[in-house]
Design a protein around this ligand. Structure first.
Ligand SMILES: [Zn+2]
Length: 1014
């Protein structure tokens, strides 16, 4: 800490005091690089034109395919064109070639695996008897394997059903495919079963992958370790040689040789434990069901420090459910234990297939990849033994926050759903990961609606999953849900919002257009027919279509949604009723012209896809009469519908966000909606109020309307109190801050946003909210307080300071409610001095609970002080850092998201890239999130160029390659949007501020960092 001043000097000189000589030198180097780049582009462009994506000028974009007479669109695409012309072309960042698949001539049958871990030496010895059936003759046995030290003398065929045993010759290693290729002197014969024996050893480290050591502090305060595992997606090969592909299932029979002071958990039930003469114990486990290798799970931990809550038994089905973890946290996992039992019962009934094993165990471990934030938690979908990061199971009913309770409920339900979607029926390949993750993500909502009906989780699904994927899926380089071939990087990258949130959103859409009962019947048949094997999406389509008695062709409807990236925006243009002069009073019915086009933040003429869109709408009259308008399929670019509602009634598309598409309205209808929101917003259903906000801001990002229309829409928020529209609004406000945060108008925009949220702030306040009685307000409270404090509202900041001060003066007693800690720490540090920062850091050094650790890291990241920022970032990469491995990338993301210090974080990321990449560049550990977050605020050509130079300088981009591409697109889109919209937003905000009676004008505390916006 004493080195702050020194660091600050370094940062300043690095950043701002570059001498003229250096500038010249950099210019020359950049010039040379550009020439080389152009030459390479021309050369490779001629050779393989398909690999180069060129942003096409936007001149040929039409506003609407059926632009009718009286419809006026307010699109500003012409202005956008001039901007996109200035943006240089970007070459596609191509990934490495796909990996080869293991030949199917030998079929896995059984892994008899004996493991002897040595937690002191941090090594293990594996003894494998692998049994396979020969389908086609070959003399090569190919297995996945990585970082295992094989004892060649042990490799031998030890059993065969024909009695003939080919002799081991030699083995070689294919590094790229991670193949161990074992040659034998003669061929294996078809329809014969063989067993090969292999002994090996390997190191166990703490990298959260494969078998790894997890750290914890025991009851006496001593630091200790235990062995746990994370095999998905492709780490089983680092535990044993195996066919590590999801469809290549086999039975596992596991034996663990361990010290008697340890206890073992794995997929199967313990059959018996034998004491050995050397004092150790052999624990034998029952064979598993036929399962994928990524489901393998193993925990070896101290008997004194780990235990389970009492068993819960479904006696009629003889299934035992138990929840385990560190003995200290057992009381805090009681809620998860109850949810787990309820969810298991629910799914047994819902799927009409009983859970397949006699036991299901939920295990909380302190160190787990994914950490506290819900980073696509592929932690725990393990057959028989489900392993969670502790925050996934911990919820203290006395002090826990509403969001923790929700998180635990959803994650437990998600992982139990995987016992059917994923374990019973697995996707045939990682490219169709959505068949398990999309379903588990959808089913968690269905189950939690059953477990906690008052939460109305269905409404939260729209904002937390649909809006979330839509933001991620709106750039030209986004990917389809279903991907044909994958390289190693792509296997990790499949665990993203597209797989989880888009996957679950289109499943919800199917459930809605098929109807709940038909949908349930279809997936029951799918699961029953394909149990213990694997499936493709064609299988799913087939069973769902059959459930409709072949009246709906599900494949035809859904293929576009899974094979095309992105989603459509639907324009609703009304032809209003005209009085027929000749027939006097007789009226001609109004019409709706509905058109679709791909939604894109950076329009490109290469995107011409259409989707099968289930279109529904609400009109004011039908709402008052409780009539539903029928479902219409839009499968072409445009169609026209007749409507009977009066011209003075509004029409709103996509009730309850029925389909996964955005909606844009003609100006007159938009004005009718606006008037409704301003007069009595509650007449519009709550999901659609949220949707109007999210869609309108998004549509403005795609240049289909003026951004000022979105600002006008949210003016009604002064009267809004519901969680759903406000959550959509906070997300939109964050986006506006990313785009405009460094602009001179931003303080005035903040002032406007503050005026919208203050009535809600005053109604919710800082007092205790009983979450059982008022779930939504409890969930909304931290969001509102955080927003108001972020706008610098003095009363909010004073509250924070007072709460923090009380804790600071009596540090043994933290009276800050759990749900408010993260935000209180954040603003105490950002508005405070070295004292507050140091206090939190000292707490972090001694903190053992994961959730509080996360709160403290959130707080530390909020410092506005540059030298403290650099010091804090440096701690993430120090050997033996107190910041846990699982929290590192999330914590760097926190700093990168700060409006105050993101430029410092950007310099730090570039300077430390090689270290970051060496640690996290080859797996899915959040380095892509770091690049995503830091580029959220890049909105100028200068920042774009800086980012491109950095991206071009990195040859191997590992699992971050796709994010580099997406970020380039995102920055281009932001530049174009700012250029098109800043003037009109400035004008609107100034006129509103001039005419308003707002009493909370803020001083201009923002110093514009960029002078190249205009
Ligand atoms: Zn999952």
């Amino acid at each position: 800490m004493q080195a702050f001043d020194q660091i600050e000097t370094v940062v300043k000189s690095n950043t701002y005091n570059i001498s003229k000589k250096v500038c010249w030198l950099i210019s020359i180097v950049i010039g040379i690089c550009l020439v080389v780049l152009i030459a390479l582009t021309v050369y490779f462009g001629v050779r393989s034109p398909n690999e180069i994506i060129v942003y096409v000028e936007a001149t040929s974009l039409s506003t609407s395919t059926t632009n009718q007479n009286e419809i006026t669109t307010t699109t500003r695409r012409n202005e956008v064109t001039s901007t996109t012309n200035q943006i240089e072309t970007t070459a596609t960042i191509t990934p490495t070639p796909p990996v080869e698949r293991i030949p199917t001539n030998l079929k896995p049958v059984l892994y008899e695996w004996t493991i002897t871990p040595n937690l002191t030496d941090e090594t293990f010895v594996g003894d494998l008897l692998y049994t396979f059936t020969c389908l086609e003759s070959t003399n090569k046995l190919v297995l996945h394997m990585v970082d295992l030290n094989i004892d060649n003398s042990t490799i031998a065929i030890v059993n065969s059903s024909s009695g003939t045993m080919p002799v081991f010759d030699a083995w070689s290693y294919d590094d790229y495919n991670q193949f161990m290729i074992i040659d034998f002197s003669s061929d294996f014969q078809p329809e014969t079963i063989y067993t090969v024996h292999i002994v090996y050893w390997a190191a166990i480290d703490s990298d959260l992958e494969g078998l790894y050591l997890s750290n914890y502090v025991d009851a006496s305060g001593t630091s200790r370790t235990f062995l746990t595992s994370q095999m998905e997606p492709i780490y089983a090969r680092s535990a044993l040689p195996c066919v590590d592909e999801p469809a290549r299932k086999a039975v596992f029979r596991i034996t663990v040789n361990h010290d008697p002071s340890y206890v073992v958990w794995t997929n199967g039930e313990l059959e018996r434990s034998d004491a050995l003469v050397d004092g150790r114990v052999n624990s034998y486990f029952a064979p598993t069901l036929n399962m994928s290798t990524y489901l393998l799970a193993l925990i070896v931990a101290s008997k004194a420090d780990f235990a389970c809550l009492p068993d819960r038994v479904i006696s009629s089905k003889n299934i035992t459910s138990r929840t385990c973890g560190r003995t200290q946290i057992l009381p805090q996992i009681a809620y998860a234990d109850e949810v787990a039992f309820k969810a298991l019962n629910f799914f047994n009934e819902y799927f009409d297939i009983d859970y397949a094993l006699p036991k299901i165990e939920h295990f909380a471990v302190p160190d787990f990849e994914g950490g506290v934030s819900l980073r696509f938690s592929y932690q725990s979908l393990i057959l028989g033994l489900l392993i969670y990061a502790e925050p996934g199971l911990v919820f203290d009913e006395k002090t826990g926050s509403t969001s923790q309770q929700q998180y635990v409920t959803l994650i437990v339900a998600h992982e139990i759903a995987h016992q059917w979607f994923g374990n019973l029926v697995s996707p045939a390949w990682w490219g169709e990961l959505w068949l398990k993750e999309g379903f588990a993500n959808y089913m968690e909502t269905v189950a939690s609606d059953f477990i906690e009906p008052s939460w109305r989780q269905e409404e939260l699904f729209v904002i937390e999953k649909i809006f979330s994927f839509m933001k991620a899926d709106s750039l030209p380089t986004s990917r389809p849900i279903s991907v044909e071939s994958t390289n190693l990087a792509d296997i990790f990258l499949m665990f993203d919002r597209i797989t989880y949130d888009k996957g679950s959103s289109i499943i919800r859409m199917m459930a809605m257009f098929l109807g709940a009962e038909v949908f349930q019947q279809g997936i029951r048949n799918y699961l029953k027919s394909l149990s213990y094997s694997s499936a493709t999406q064609q299988d799913l389509w087939r069973y769902l279509t059959e459930a409709t008695n072949n009246t709906v062709d599900v494949e035809r409807i859904m293929t576009g949604w899974t094979h095309q990236a992105g989603y459509p925006v639907i324009e609703i243009n009304r032809i209003y009723t005209k009085n027929d002069q000749q027939l006097q009073q007789q009226k001609v019915n109004g019409e709706l012209i509905i058109t679709q086009q791909p939604f894109n933040l950076f329009p490109s003429t290469t995107k011409q896809e259409t989707w099968w869109v289930p279109f529904k709408y609400l009109d004011q009259a039908s709402l008052e009469l409780s009539n539903e308008n029928p479902l219409i399929w839009l499968n072409s670019t445009s169609t026209t519908l007749s409507v009977t509602t009066s011209d003075s009634n509004w029409i709103i598309g996509n009730p309850n966000y029925f389909g996964t598409y955005r909606v844009k309205y003609d100006p007159r209808n938009f004005q009718l909606i606006l008037t409704q929101l301003q007069t009595n917003h509650t007449l519009i259903p709550v999901i659609n109020r949220g949707a109007l906000i999210d869609d309108t801001f998004a549509v403005s990002r795609a240049f289909l309307i003026n951004a000022t229309d979105a600002y006008r829409l949210i003016d009604y928020l002064k009267d809004e109190r519901d969680f759903v529209p406000w959550t959509a609004a906070f997300s939109a406000i964050d986006q506006q801050e990313y785009l405009l945060g460094d602009n001179e108008i931003y303080p005035e925009i903040q002032s406007y946003f503050l005026s919208l949220v203050l009535p809600l702030y005053n109604s919710i306040g800082w007092g205790y909210i009983n979450q059982t009685a008022d779930w939504r307000r409890a969930l909304l409270q931290p969001k509102v307080l955080r927003a108001v404090c972020s706008f610098g509202y003095p009363e909010c900041i004073d509250r924070v300071k007072t709460m923090f001060r009380q804790w600071y003066l009596n540090s043994t007693e933290n009276g800050i409610p759990t749900s408010l800690r993260s935000l209180v720490y954040c603003f105490a540090v950002s508005e405070g001095s070295y004292e507050e920062f140091q206090f939190l850091w000292n707490r972090l050094e001694n903190e053992v609970e994961s959730i509080e650790t996360s709160n403290l890291l959130d707080g530390l990241a909020c410092t506005k002080d540059r030298s403290r920022t650099v010091w804090f970032l440096n701690q993430h990469l120090k050997d033996g850092s107190v910041i846990r491995e699982q929290d590192i990338t999330d914590s760097i993301v926190n700093v990168a998201s700060s409006r105050d210090v993101y430029p410092i974080a950007w310099i730090w990321i570039q300077e430390n890239w090689s270290k970051l990449f060496a640690k996290w560049g080859k797996t899915d550990s959040g380095l892509d999130d770091v690049i995503d977050e830091i580029t959220n605020r890049f909105v100028t050509v200068r920042q774009l160029n800086e980012f491109k130079i950095f991206a071009d300088s990195i040859v191997d981009k590992g699992t971050v390659y796709r994010q580099f591409q997406l970020s380039l697109d995102k920055i281009n889109a932001a530049i174009a949007w700012n250029t098109a919209n800043i003037a009109s937003i400035t004008e609107l905000i100034r006129s509103m501020n001039d005419s308003s009676t707002m009493s909370h004008r803020l001083s201009s505390f923002t110093i514009p960092l960029h002078d190249d916006l205009h």
